[in-house]
Write a protein that binds this ligand. Structure first.
Ligand code: SAM
Length: 412
């Protein structure tokens, strides 16, 4: 009998690496099991994905020829236990062998046993000699990130902390650290639903960088505002809490339901419209629009270590087309003088500065540069054009932040 944690990790890795399914979707599709086993399986699969290049390089000397893909997954799970998670050697080896047996890989059980035993002896020292950041980053991303690639990739080696946005006037839960931009930070692995105030809607989960776009929209109470790609609703919640008369537009009905549930817990008001934002027409011209566009999400690899294995270079061009289409629609919804904040959680320049440069050349928009005093403690994130570029390599001593590109514009 294999243990449920390893079985879950194996299923998750197969879903991400073989069928290119997002890790979170694969998590939902797991067979029924104890929540504790599911969480442990998730953590194990995420550890493999985060350090997969290093784990493969550590296994390589012990493999005479490349094993079948499912066997490789079993070896990676065993290696992650041995080298990353501090699993005792006998347990890591025995559970991997049992996993191989129950997954129809009986002929490879001996190989798994022999390779992992040898890795247990020499692997920890070998891991120290490897260039983890480079090995764990696909070449196309490393190249695209330019001189910052190493610092960004180093930050991906660790689990991200849990960040919360606390509702204005509410008490932050105990045990957190206040960040300079107003978010509250808790240790990686903190369970949000167990924090005091969750049921009362005192806060919501939102990375410190993800809280910036809505802040920079500078919404006044009573303004007519649309959030065009709204679910699950972190930025929409900020806008509603600031007193906007808010329309949240979201194309995916299941994700819109998550937004509704979140707003119910937070006791915030919103008009929720399930539609393609490019087709949406507001009843009246808007004072402000937030466009948190669909993107490659390469700025969130710390939280979603599956992203490097799901995205391909060609996806970026397709996303840029969607982003342009949404920028056109967003601009058309604004009254003259109305504000637009464009944001993507991507580190790829084609989805950030290039989209704004293209929009400025075809739409009646001008930049409204973000001023340094708007982002004290984040001067490094301000570009000469007054746009914001955060990366996971910022605020390293505090635990980093997601990678976002943010531009503020005004309809002329
Ligand atoms: C980056 S996420 C938004 C996160 C959200 N703003 C938040 O802070 O919680 C992008 C969202 O846009 C939605 N989306 C993608 N294309 C869309 C479109 N054409 N119209 C409306 N929503 C769209 C996706 O389903 C996804 O929920």
């Amino acid at each position: 009998m294999t243990d449920p944690t390893r079985a879950a990790a194996f299923d998750l890795l197969s879903a991400v690496l073989d069928r290119h399914r997002p890790l979170e979707e694969a998590l939902v599709a797991l067979p029924p099991m104890e929540a504790r086993d599911r969480a442990a399986g998730h953590r194990l699969a995420a550890s493999v994905l985060r350090r997969m290049g290093s784990l493969d390089a550590a296994l390589e000397p012990y493999l005479k020829k490349s094993p079948p893909i499912p066997v490789r997954h079993v070896l990676r799970i065993g290696a992650a236990g041995l080298l990353l998670l501090g699993t005792p050697a006998h347990a890591a080896v025995a559970t991997a062998v049992a996993l191989a047996r129950t997954r129809g890989l009986v002929p490879f059980a001996g190989l798994v046993n022999a390779v992992l035993r040898r890795l247990a002896e020499a692997g920890p020292a070998l891991l120290e000699t490897l260039d983890g950041p480079r090995l764990d980053t696909p070449a196309w991303l490393w190249t695209a990130w330019g001189p910052q690639a190493r610092a960004i990739a180093e930050s991906h080696q660790h689990e991200a902390p849990l960040d919360l946005t606390v509702r204005p006037g509410a008490e932050p839960p105990p045990g957190g650290e206040a960040l300079p931009t107003g978010s509250w930070r808790f240790a990686p692995g903190t369970r949000v639903m167990e924090l005091a105030g969750y049921d009362q809607g005192a806060f919501w989960v939102q990375d410190a960088a993800a809280a910036l776009p809505a802040l920079l929209l500078r919404v006044q109470a009573g303004e007519l505002v649309a959030d065009l790609c709204a679910a699950p609703g972190g930025k929409a919640a900020q806008l509603a809490a600031a007193g906007a008369r808010l329309v949240a537009v979201e194309r995916d009905p299941a994700r819109m339901q998550r937004l509704r549930d979140n707003f119910t817990r937070l006791r915030l008001e919103v008009e929720a419209v399930t539609a393609d934002a490019a087709e949406f027409q507001p009843a009246a011209p808007l004072d402000a629009v937030l466009l948190d566009a669909p993107c490659s999400a390469t700025g969130t690899i710390r939280r979603h270590p599956d992203v490097p294995y799901l995205k391909r270079p060609r996806d970026i061009a397709a996303l840029a087309e969607q982003q342009d289409r949404l920028l056109d629609a967003a601009c058309a919804m604004l009254r003259p003088g109305g504000r637009l904040v464009y944001a993507v959680c991507s580190l790829q320049p084609e989805e950030g500065p290039a989209r704004i440069a293209a929009a400025l050349s075809r739409l009646p928009l001008r930049r409204d540069p973000v001023r340094p005093e708007e982002l004290p403690e984040l001067a490094e994130a301000l570009t000469p054009a007054g746009e914001v570029r955060t990366t996971p390599a910022l605020w390293v001593a505090l635990g980093g932040m997601d990678g976002f590109f943010i531009s503020r514009l005004v309809r002329t």
